[in-house]
Unconditional design. Sequence first.
Length: 356
Amino acid sequence: MTLIRPTAETAGASGPVRRPAAGRAVALLVLVAVAALIPLLGPRPALDGTGEAAAPGVGGIALLRAALFAALCVPVGELFVARLARRVPGAPLEHAPRSWAPSAAAVGFLAALGLASVVATGNLLPHHLSDMDVGGLYQSRDGKLALLEVNAFLAAGLCALSRRPAAQVWPLAAVVLAGALRAHPAPEHGPLVGSGLTLVHVTCAALWTGGLLHVLRMLRTWRAASEAEAAEPTGTAETAVSADAAGAALLGLYARVAAVLFAALTATGVWSALRRMPPGTVLDQLTATSYGRTLLAKLVLVAAVAVLALLARLRLRRAADRLSACVPARAEVVALGLVVAVSGLLTALPLPIRWS
């Protein structure tokens, strides 16, 4: 007995041939990439014509921050999805993809070390070891937070390699907390409110991005393992059917949680933007400042992610093959990667002018 999954080329008895909408997803991604192209090229196009001046090394700092956030998303997503998978009846938990957490911790450690070196050089990119005042890191708030991120990624990597990888949650939480405090220094108006908003925003973003990536990896692993078992002399096609059902259930469970995460992301993102740019100046600053332009590109990307997530959710509910929702979900991961890149640039650009 063999398992034949419905394909786009197979016509139903009562209807015409239906093909997957992958082309529409690709077209949407191309349009979004074009919309986000200018800020993704770096700070110069975003600063052009604004009259603002960026600090030296902004491009490198943006790259380091994007790498740090990506390194945070991977282990957070793995821990999150592993917890979700335990709630899926019949899930083949013995088949799990190889953890990327140790590699992600190494990338995060190097990125955090690079950012710490920038702080040790007076927020400039160091050219020589003699440029850095390592001892001075312990004497400033930013230096202590930078060292906390370095040590937290080191601890997360050790936890990932231990027998209790779930212990990563504590050093990873320290990374999020340090980033939230760094983004809102004490002289800022209402720094605790800003740090709280950033804490929630970054946590939800890491769960959403890393979670979706790991869900897709897990579904692929489950499918490959079930096909290998079905190909054995004692195997049956029902094994693959069971894996597909568990995969669809996991994707549906993630989609329900992701809807809540998206709501929290939207609320905290809008609130944070209004704290940076008062309501009466938002429209002007979205086009007249580098921060506003990059924020606008991020909004376009997030809107595209929301459309792709909605398309995946509709396929989960209505499609004969529920796992066809993986097509827009994969495109969603690509779009989320672009959001991470833009977010890294956003944190490195000059803050918008707070017009009265």
